[in-house]
Design a protein around this ligand. Structure first.
Ligand code: PLP
Length: 257
């Protein structure tokens, strides 16, 4: 049986991030990708020109259609836009017997907001508690916990602050720090440090979506969380190295490397 992975996320019309990156990652990693679209963005290499969230009922119906018939071996969440959608998705995931990778998407690389400020509290109290793995970057850590990480040593403090909201594991993505791309995966007792060389490539659109989807794909195939995260880090590092120019701005990571 081919494992099924469900992405609950926003559409990126430019094909670099969001649902489009999720499905490309899943195809590349040999799982069956499915989607619950939460929002539609008008987006290209220069940024997000517009965003429209879907009605809660449309999100709920997509989720039920997939889970009630096909079934899912893992779920991944990305852009959830509003407090109402965050709470709806948290409730749906909480009632599903599959691991959930939560990418608490806040702001795009261009600085466009993909989550209302009023939704942050729902992320903390509803969404993080149902996550098997949460994958915040340092901006998202600061938004969620108030911890501002400026050095590798502070990644531990950031991880503890996120774990306090209840995810089973947290992967703090330290890619915005200078030097090697260092991430910390921990469940509060085990610690796994993941290190990859930094590629001098500005075409990194879709990195976060790709990493979270790759983790979910690994979990669906039966890997443990540390195994799935290590494999996903390797996948996204290759995709970043192969990222290519498209349009006038930041191009996408490449799934065909
Ligand atoms: N657009 C959508 C729909 C997303 O879900 C995301 C990230 O999760 C982005 C854009 C931002 O991608 P990036 O920060 O890699 O440019």
């Amino acid at each position: 049986m081919i494992p099924g992975v469900l992405a609950v996320a926003g559409s990126d019309s430019g094909g670099g991030a969001g649902i489009q990156a999720d499905l490309k990652t899943m195809l590349a990693l040999g799982v069956h990708g499915m989607s619950v679209i939460t929002a539609v963005t008008a987006q290209n290499s220069l940024g997000v020109q517009g965003a429209w969230e879907l009605p809660v009922e449309a999100v709920r119906a997509q989720y039920r259609s997939v889970v009630d018939d096909i079934g899912v071996q893992a779920v991944k969440t990305g852009m959830l836009a509003s407090a109402e959608l965050v709470e709806t998705v948290a409730e749906l995931i909480g009632g599903t017997d599959a691991p959930a990778v939560v990418d608490p998407v806040g702001v795009s690389k261009h600085g466009d907001s993909l989550l209302a400020a009023s939704a942050l509290d729902s992320v903390r109290t509803k969404l993080l508690p149902v996550a098997t793995v949460a994958t915040p970057n340092l901006d998202e850590v600061a938004q969620i916990t108030g911890v501002h990480v400026e050095s590798e040593e502070q990644l531990r403090e950031a991880a503890a602050a996120v774990l306090a909201y209840g995810p089973r594991w947290v992967l703090i993505k330290g890619g915005h720090l200078p030097g090697d791309a260092v991430d910390l995966l921990t469940d509060g007792s085990q610690e796994h440090w993941l290190r990859a060389p930094r590629y001098d490539n500005r075409h990194t659109h879709g990195t976060g979506c790709t990493l979270a989807s790759a983790i979910a794909s690994g979990l669906a195939k039966g890997l443990s969380v540390p195994e799935a995260v290590a494999a996903a880090k390797e996948y996204v590092t290759g995709a970043i190295e192969a990222g290519f120019a498209l349009g006038e701005g930041i191009g996408p990571v490449d799934h065909g490397w």
